[in-house]
Structure formats: C-alpha cells, structure tokens
Design a protein around this ligand. Sequence first.
Ligand code: G
Ligand code: G
Ligand code: MN
Ligand code: NA
Length: 257
Amino acid sequence: LDIEQGLRNAVTDARLSIFLQPKYDLGTERVAGYEALLRWQDPVLGTVSPAEFIPVAEQTVLGQQLDRYVIQKVMELINIHLPLRQHRSAGCLHIAINITASHFNDPQLTAFIEENLQRYRVDPRTLCLEVTEGVLMSDSDHVADNLSRLRALGIEVAIDDFGTGYSSLSYLKNLPADELKIDKSFIDDLETPAGATLIKAILDVARVFHLRVVAEGIETENQLVLLQELGCDYGQGYLLGKPAPADEVLKQFEMTD
Ligand code: G
Ligand code: G
Ligand code: MN
Ligand code: NA
C-alpha cells in the first residue's frame, strides 16, 4: 500500500482530520486566530505527516482534492462552532488554510471558495490563505486572477515559510499579500547575533511594505521575549500552543455565545 493509494482511500473514508494551532498576538498575548493543519490517520500506515503526503498528493489530482477537502471542512467548522459575531467584523478570529502551490493555478479555485462561503455563511474576512513565495512570484494569469479576486472578497493572503524560497526582496514590493510568516529555521537562530539581525531586517522590510509578521516555530520563552522586544506582530509555536483537534479547540467559542 503506497501513500498515493492510501491517501485516495483516506479521502473517501474520512480518515483525514483538521487540527488547529493558535496564532498569538504578541502585543496582547491573546489568540488572534488559528492555522488549520491536516492530519491523516491510516490503519495500515499509522499517522502520516502532511510533510510526507502533501508532496506526493501534489503530483496528482489528489492535491487539489485535499485542498478542497480542507477548505470545505474549515468553513463547516466555522459555521458550526464560531458565533457569527466572531466572524462578522474585521479584527476577529482568523482561520488560516494552507493551499498547495499548484492549486493556486486552478481557474476554479475562487469560485469553489465563494460557493463554500455562501453555503456555510462564512464572512470572507475570517479566512486567510497561506501560500509559499513561489506562488506569489508565478507569472501565471490564473494565479494572479485568483489572488486578486480572493483578496477583493476580503480574504487575506499570507506568505508561508518566508525566507526559504526565492526571497529577492524586490518582489515584496506590490506583493498581493497581507502577512508574512517567518520560517521556523530563522526563529531557531534568533539567539545568535546574526540571526537576530536577520529577523530585525525582515521586520523592517515588512513594515515598509505594510505586511504583518508572524514568527513560526517559537519553542522557548527566550525566543518569545526577543520577538516581543523586536515588535514582531504575531507568533506561533509549541511554546504557545500545539496543533489540536479542531472540534476541541473551537468548543470554547460556542460556550461564550
Ligand atoms: O502540521 P505539520 O507541521 O506536520 O505540517 C507539515 C507540512 O504540511 C507543512 O509544510 C504544512 O504547511 C503542510 N500542511 C499541513 N496541513 C496542510 C493542508 O491542509 N494543506 C496543505 N496544502 N499543506 C498542509
Ligand atoms: O509549512 P508550515 O509553516 O505550514 O508548517 C507548519 C508546521 O510546523 C506544522 O506541521 C506544525 O505542526 C509545525 N509546527 C508548529 N509549531 C512548531 C514548533 O514550535 N516546533 C516544531 N518543531 N514544529 C512546529
Ligand atoms: Mn503554514
Ligand atoms: Na510555514
């Protein structure tokens, strides 16, 4: 049984689940939103990490199916668990979804998202789509069209794994994005002088281009304090919260309505 066949079965047998990891506002130390992370529990293969199966899926039509599965599931979760007032006004909880690079080239992506926004009565401002640098640098018309239509709806776009791709700083100018997520590898180096300087430089550049910054993979108290001192907007990482099953995470919001 290989990953591809296993994944095909998983999609049809609903053995995939959505976990959510909190994103904290480092100024207020409050949860600003969550990132949806796919988990696959297979009876034969055990727990398979998306780091293993996303690259395999991306080679086939499964990549698109997985993205659509996550998009639909997340909207359903918001519909079920988040009180409407939580996703009616800007500045409320954001839920981020990772979108595979190839899927952004799908001319039907925006229409699919719009259908689900309507079906599940989700305010588009609740959603953020995470894409890698390569997507935003693509010269495909479909990519540009999806990006501008999605952002016109009020959906935010975040650049995931920032710093690990092309990273020519000139491309940040006029970039159709709202947020930049600094890859964990840079946060790991934060306690070295060169590492701290690099983060400072990224924060400066982001400010010039009006991009909010998220530090990924914060694992120690010292990293957190340093990032707060540098004025980094948001943070994610095991220190602040590990990914947990979406239903468990979102239960708290139902209660407060
Ligand atoms: O959650 P974890 O650290 O195991 O994720 C590993 C990788 O898989 C990360 O690069 C993450 O962005 C990616 N990933 C997790 N969930 C999804 C998803 O729902 N869709 C896509 N396209 N990638 C995901
Ligand atoms: O590529 P992307 O940034 O979407 O991947 C996020 C991945 O990083 C997820 O698989 C998530 O489980 C993982 N992750 C989140 N926080 C931490 C952390 O503090 N340490 C480590 N090692 N992984 C983390
Ligand atoms: Mn991500
Ligand atoms: Na990332």
